[in-house]
Design a protein around this ligand. Structure first.
Ligand code: PLP
Length: 390
């Protein structure tokens, strides 16, 4: 049997540049005495991300949630938006803050993204958009979603918080849909401590988003729309510029970790790896497994608790479903019977420790613990069976 880890193994650690690199860049900011409002570092990060992500237009925000909230606002949407219940609360909360009604659509059992085959039946005359989430970096069925959106004249927005730098068939993931949101939160692969961005194709939105994130101020004495304050500041931008230099190296480390997890978990009955379905480019954001209680012999919740005894802290991403939030209980689409796949999957997913500094021996050890737990369990099940038989 494996022993417990001496130090707690957490699900992630922020990707941090060296303090020295950050301080030398910060001195530029100090000298400029310009610390927010589209400063030099902000402009640099915007242009570097534009080429890194290979996008036409990008707008930076103080966090991903406000990016999505204001991105939806910029599209002048009204009515209902078809979305997924299997996501982080921010996705649907951004709809709430725009006075938009979420219509929950069930998810695909393989990728856990919105099930595009079930979208059409949810469309009403009030539907204005589809908001998909590239869950754990697994891309939504972007082609099918585009076909539906074109047919019914709907906008398509993607929450790409997990898909920094990912591609679909060689194309940047943000080239699909009208708009994609990225989160640069500390827990995301690329971070600016807190931060986010929108990428989009419509040039007209550049100015509108600039207004929306800065109180609608068109000039010192001219307010043209009701905006918010959602600007990224110079300190965030400095962190971003430094993190961007090391993100490729982090990807490579996570690639190795991913392979070790895959090799050591593949043969354990009841364990399915969810984050190996990307078409041609992993996001390396999470490493997520699904536990089939019937085959493994114990539930996801049980493994989650058992692992804590070994000082390993996993997370139930995403749990609970957004459709189960109490303020959506009046929605027909939030009913249990409307979301059979999501209701099943939400009980099975478990996000494993995953960050570049996690050493490969620890990864092997975590896999062995999961295997040992299965085997010891098997013993008990067989004993039980014997007792029942005799
Ligand atoms: C992290 C995350 C967000 C929120 O982004 P913030 O930058 O933390 O505001 C939204 N959606 C998903 C799917 C996320 O994982």
């Amino acid at each position: 049997m494996e022993s417990s880890f001496d130090e707690a193994v957490l699900i992630t650690r922020p990707l941090l540049p060296t303090l020295q690199d950050v301080t030398s860049k910060l001195s530029e900011v100090w000298e400029s005495k310009w610390i927010t409002n589209n400063g030099f570092q902000h402009q640099r990060l915007e242009s570097e991300l534009k080429s890194y992500l290979n996008v036409e237009y990008i707008s930076l925000f103080t966090n991903g949630t406000l990016a999505l909230l204001l991105g939806l606002k910029s599209l002048d949407l009204k009515g209902e938006v078809i979305t997924t219940p299997f996501t982080f609360p921010a996705t649907v909360q951004a709809l709430d803050w725009n006075g938009l009604t979420p219509v929950f659509c069930d998810i695909d059992p393989e990728t856990l993204t919105i099930d595009a085959t079930k979208i059409e039946s949810l469309i009403t005359e009030k539907t204005c958009a589809i908001l998909g989430v590239h869950v754990f970096g697994n891309p939504c069925d972007v082609e099918k979603i585009k076909t539906i959106a074109d047919k019914y004249h709907l906008k398509v927005i993607y929450d790409g918080a997990h898909t920094f730098g990912a591609k679909i068939d060689g194309k940047p993931i943000s080239s699909f849909g009208d708009m994609t949101m990225f989160s640069f939160h500390a827990t995301k692969l690329f971070n600016t401590v807190e931060g986010g961005a929108l990428t989009f194709k419509d040039e007209k939105l550049v100015e509108k988003l600039n207004l929306l994130k800065n109180f609608g101020l068109a000039g010192p004495e001219e307010v043209v729309l009701s905006g918010l304050n959602a600007k990224m500041n110079e300190i965030q931008a400095v962190i971003g510029l430094e993190v961007l230099k090391i993100v490729e190296q982090e990807r490579q480390k996570r690639h190795k970790i991913k392979k070790v997890y895959e090799q050591n978990l593949a043969h354990i009955p009841g364990i399915r790896i969810l984050t190996n379905l990307e078409k041609d480019c992993s996001s390396y954001q999470y490493f997520v497994i699904e536990i089939d209680e019937l085959k493994y012999g114990e539930s996801r919740d049980w493994i989650h608790e058992e692992l804590k005894k070994y000082n390993v802290y996993t997370r139930k991403y995403f749990y609970p479903l957004c459709s189960d939030f109490q303020w959506y209980q009046h929605l027909k689409s939030a009913q249990f019977s409307n979301l059979p796949v999501a209701q099943k999957s939400v009980k099975k997913v478990l996000s494993m420790p995953y960050y570049g500094e996690l050493d490969l021996k620890s990864v092997v050890k975590i896999c062995r613990i999961i295997e040992d737990l299965y085997i010891s369990n098997l013993g008990i099940t067989q004993k039980n069976t014997k007792m029942i038989l005799s």
